[in-house]
Design a protein around this ligand. Structure first.
Ligand code: CA
Ligand code: CA
Ligand code: CA
Ligand code: CA
Length: 393
């Protein structure tokens, strides 16, 4: 399972189809003479340790999640209580908070890359959105974005978009006013985005934007407080081979406002961490093509100040080589979001205190993390747990 988790973790970062067997697997260093200079090597350090006893109240979820490698929470049946959607190599299924299976569908030829619960067409009812494509166990899969509505114990599919592409990988499915924001690989390196809206007859229409090379993370965030979300982009690699990745706000005309980072970005999320109506951008940066030697598990935050982003470090996580997924959610019940980072070796939760952030390791190696009604689900390498952090941060 460890190998699977690492393969999944690294699949999104590979320019070439490589499946490293360990974080320190040999990867050839960049050869271009005009490439950026190599950063200092990452110091050796033991991975972060979860305090003993572990923080928060915990319930075992090992049997509930089984072999799932993707999880998402949200209210699918309109009763205002969240359900949990899970995906493994064989199926996608939905359980209620008591653990009862409500519905399931077989994965078939496709593998699940993205699993998320959102309101896809702005009618106030949430749908399960799945980004299907090629995974280790599904080599012949075609990329597809599907919505599923929970109706009378069945997950009823509606296909939103099925791009014809040489790289069958859906990058992002996000809710945007009255529709969806989609990102997918249209070729080996180029990522295309579109806003998708559902017509009265049920047909989806896409308004596409120009592709961006290796744009592997997307978030929509209102960074200037005008109540209109901006497109935030993070990239593992840059505009040419052997160029470091970066991050930027992409304006509607395609122009970029740089968000300063340290090399490539594995994940980004936006959240208003102080309640002033403007969202901050959180970036898992420090990525390097030769991650065994040079990648750093950095968490950086950026704020739009005037006409430019100011970035500041939150942490460099010793003993980890990357953070691959970030979530923003209120976990301690104070109505302000914390940042949850799924790292290469541990899950860490960051809480803002004024201008500073404090980090706490809450779990070890995970296949995925999700927040359901304020509770953190950590799908672990061997054991999985619900973690209630109210009063523990
Ligand atoms: Ca529900
Ligand atoms: Ca809906
Ligand atoms: Ca703010
Ligand atoms: Ca909070």
């Amino acid at each position: 399972m460890k190998a699977l988790a690492l393969a999944l973790l690294l699949a999104a970062c590979a320019e070439k189809p490589v499946t490293p067997s360990s974080p320190d697997a040999a990867v050839p260093p960049p050869v271009a003479l005009d490439g950026p200079p190599l950063p200092p090597e990452r110091p050796q350090a033991p991975p972060p340790e979860v305090p003993s006893p572990p923080p928060g109240k915990r319930r075992d979820a090992t049997l509930l999640v089984g072999d799932a490698y993707r999880a998402a929470g949200g209210d699918l049946d309109g009763d205002r209580k969240a359900e949990l959607a899970l995906a493994d190599d064989q199926r996608v299924w939905v359980v209620d908070r008591a653990g009862r299976t409500l519905a399931e569908i077989p994965a078939g030829e496709e593998g699940v890359q993205i699993l998320t619960i959102l309101d896809a067409e702005g009618d106030g009812r949430r749908e399960l959105a799945v980004g299907w494509g090629e995974t280790g166990k599904h080599r012949a899969a075609k990329a597809k974005v599907s919505l599923y509505r929970l109706q009378k114990g069945k997950l009823v599919e509606e296909i939103v978009w099925a791009p014809k592409t040489a790289r069958n990988e859906i990058v992002a499915i996000l809710a945007v006013k009255g529709g969806l924001f989609l990102a997918w690989f249209e070729s080996k390196y180029l990522v295309k985005t579109a806003r998708a809206t559902r017509g009265a007859g049920g047909a989806w229409t896409l308004a596409e934007s120009a592709p961006v090379r290796m744009a592997t993370s997307y978030a929509l965030g209102d960074v200037d407080g005008d109540r209109s979300p901006d497109v935030l982009v993070g990239r593992v690699y840059g505009d040419a081979r052997d160029r470091d990745g970066d991050a930027f706000l992409q304006r509607p005309d395609g122009s970029r406002l740089v968000i300063p980072t340290t090399r490539g970005v594995r994940a980004l999320v936006s959240a208003d961490s102080d309640g002033d109506g403007r969202e901050e951008v959180f970036l898992a940066d420090g990525w390097h093509q030769n991650y065994g030697k040079y990648a750093r598990a950095l968490l950086t935050w950026a704020r739009l100040t005037g006409a430019a982003f100011q970035s500041a470090p939150i942490e460099e996580s010793a003993g980890q080589f990357s953070m691959s997924k970030l979530l923003a959610a209120d976990l301690d019940g104070d109505h302000r979001p914390e940042i949850v980072a799924q790292g290469s070796h541990a899950v860490r939760v960051f809480k803002r205190r004024g201008e500073a952030w404090t980090g706490l390791s809450v779990f070890g190696l995970t296949r995925d993390i999700a927040v359901v009604d304020g509770e953190l689900l950590a799908i672990g390498d061997k054991a999985s747990a619900w973690i209630d952090l109210r009063g523990a941060l």
